[in-house]
Ligand binder design. Structure first.
Ligand SMILES: [Zn+2]
Length: 608
């Protein structure tokens, strides 16, 4: 029985067919357990032949091959290779317990160079010398055209598809990205961005976002694929504007500045470089008192339009043509005047301005506009600090103006081309603030265990004075030392100095030693005083994290005199041991001064 079985196995084994095919790696024979086999005219290579160049893991039915960073699963009896979307011509075979691949899998799937030398009956393997792919991507401008140059190793096969209105896809087949390519954002009027990616193993895709209406032309020069984006024009029309001839273009991209001249035989010529005529060439008869005909055609990379005039025209129109769909912001200048700072924007084409202010930024939206060869003469002043442009929605141009100290703005169109933005100077400096440190001299005010009110209020007042002056406010103190100033004199100082704001600073005392917290008083019925008291109180509570005894009406003498905005701040209870402790700390008193300062500052800003 054993003998018969053995014979049968030998007969069925494919080794008996075409053994003796050796496999070489370059010029060295591979020492393999089994040689290559021929079956049904197909040469099969044992997976073992790849052991020098690939990571191989085999089970009885599957060979996992990792080569060049890619993983391939070869399964016995299957021609589909998992891991990639490719199929071999023949399925894998299991021969003598080893997995074999059809020879074409080595070249087509793994990309190896495979040479079959029938005379020597040997197969020579080597790594494919050069993988075809994209080596470099360059962008440049050429006579108004936007040019993308793709340098490629190996032959270039590509096709272009357009996804309207302005997306283009260029697929390069049998290619790969030989190095990572960035996403390129351009500020070119024709080409907005380029993204290059490798979506499958052998295809590179370029995504281009162009200006709507732009024309894409492609060609291969040597090892380079050249993609050119051009402006386009549909047709030209003739206009007689009050005795002056005009050539008007219908274009979705807008057109670059043309070269314009008058020939000796009275032809008015406009040459548009880097422009594609989308319609057909035409000659249109005019025959009015100025001109005989209008003619336009494509000549190489330019479109030439000309009007045959009846006679020479001495004054050719100086009208500034703007065929573009978008208005163009050409220049910004900065100028200071009595009111503050003026920014002037020079705009060609039709637009309108919309302004919104948020915190310290003034946002100006130019309807359907863009910056174009901007002559930027912006300079920082007290009122304006920065200027930045960006393209917003609906083709609107956004100018963000970082404001310094200002108290408003005015925007107007000065003439056909100039839009003025007046930033108005801050008037805050003119506002006089009177700080009144409570008590003093023989009047100590409330008395605590370790301190007296008059000293604390003077210290806080001096700190507040410093903060306000640093911010540019004009400040007067009712006392600057430990002296007694009668209440009537304090009010007089405020009225005579024409104070805008009067702040009296105190510390509280109570027979209830538990009483604690801050409170701010304003005169009965004084609406502005109430607003100031509320914002100061809010700041004190937030910054000091103190007990809130509210902003409330009070009938203190200093508050009911003739001062537009007056408050009295009780900064804490000197009779409360814990609060006195805090009030005696310098840092705490600084925080009180800061709370009051911020309250005053935001109150004054709210008036602008
Ligand atoms: Zn007091």
């Amino acid at each position: 029985m054993h003998l018969i079985l053995l014979i049968l196995v030998l007969l069925l084994s494919p080794t008996s067919l075409g053994s003796g095919i050796s496999i070489y790696w370059l010029d060295k024979p591979l020492n393999l357990r089994v040689n290559a086999q021929i079956q049904g005219g197909v040469i099969y290579i044992p997976i073992e032949a790849l052991k020098n160049i690939a990571e191989i893991k085999t089970t009885s039915q599957v060979a996992k091959v990792k080569y060049n960073g890619q993983e391939y699963n070869f399964v016995v009896g299957e021609s589909k290779v998992t891991g990639i979307e490719k199929k071999m011509t023949k399925p894998c075979q299991l021969i003598q317990g080893e997995i074999f691949l059809p020879m074409d899998a080595l070249s087509d799937i793994l990309g190896l160079a495979v040479k079959w030398e029938s005379k020597n009956r040997r197969i020579v393997l080597s790594e494919a010398t050069e993988k075809p792919g994209v080596v470099e991507l360059n962008f440049y401008e050429d006579g108004n055209k936007a040019v993308l140059e793709i340098e490629h190793r190996g032959p270039i096969k590509y096709f272009v598809t357009k996804n309207p209105p302005d997306n283009w896809q260029v697929e390069i087949t049998d290619s790969s990205l030989l190095k990572p390519m960035p996403w390129i954002l351009l500020e070119h009027p024709l080409l907005e961005s380029v993204r290059v990616e490798q979506l499958s193993r052998d295809k590179v895709t370029l995504h281009l976002k162009s200006r709507e209406g732009a024309v894409l032309e492609s060609k291969i020069i040597g090892n380079k694929l050249i993609l050119e984006l051009m402006y386009s024009v549909n047709n030209f029309e003739y206009r007689n504007i009050g005795g002056l001839p005009l050539i008007q273009a219908e274009s979705r991209t807008g057109l670059p500045e043309p070269k314009e001249y008058l020939t000796e035989d009275n032809q008015l010529v406009r040459e548009f470089q880097g422009v594609k005529l989308k319609g057909t060439s035409a000659k249109k008869v005019i025959n009015d008192e100025l001109a005989d005909y209008l003619e336009y055609q494509q000549i190489d990379d330019k479109v030439v339009a000309k009007i045959q005039l009846k006679r020479a025209i001495t004054g050719i129109m100086v009208e500034n043509f703007s065929y573009a769909r978008l208005a163009k912001v050409k220049a910004v200048t900065t100028r200071e005047n009595d009111l503050g700072t003026v920014l002037e924007f020079r705009v060609d084409g039709d637009t309108s301005l919309k302004a919104t202010k948020e915190l310290n930024t003034l946002k100006i939206e130019f309807k359907e506009a863009e910056v174009n060869n901007l002559k930027n003469q912006f300079k920082s002043t007290n009122e304006v600090k920065t200027l930045n442009f960006s393209q917003g929605e609906n083709d609107n141009l956004i100018a963000l103006i970082g404001l310094g100290s200002s108290s408003g703005y005015a925007i107007y169109q000065k003439d056909a081309h100039i839009y003025s933005v007046q930033i108005i100077k801050s008037q805050l400096k003119e506002k006089l603030i009177v700080i009144d440190p409570g008590h003093g001299g023989h009047d100590p005010g409330a008395i605590g265990s370790y301190s007296e009110e008059k000293d604390l209020t003077l210290d806080i007042a001096l700190r507040l004075n410093k903060l306000l002056q640093n911010r540019g406010y004009k400040v007067v103190l009712t006392r600057e030392a430990d002296v007694y100033v009668p209440l009537s004199d304090r009010a007089k100082i405020a009225v005579q100095s024409n104070a805008r704001i009067f702040v009296s600073i105190h510390a509280n005392g109570s027979s209830n030693l538990e009483a604690a917290g801050v409170e701010t008083f304003y005169a009965v019925g004084a609406a502005e005083s109430m607003k100031l008291a509320q914002v100061v109180q809010k700041n004190l509570v937030n910054i000091l994290n103190a007990n809130n005894r509210d902003a409330k009406e009070g009938s203190f003498w200093v508050l009911i005199n003739n001062i537009p905005t007056a408050i009295l701040v009780e900064t804490g209870f000197i009779t409360n041991a814990a609060e006195e402790d805090k009030l005696r700390q310098e840092l705490y008193r600084q925080k009180i001064a800061e709370s009051i300062y911020q309250g005053i500052d935001s109150y004054l800003k709210s008036l602008i």
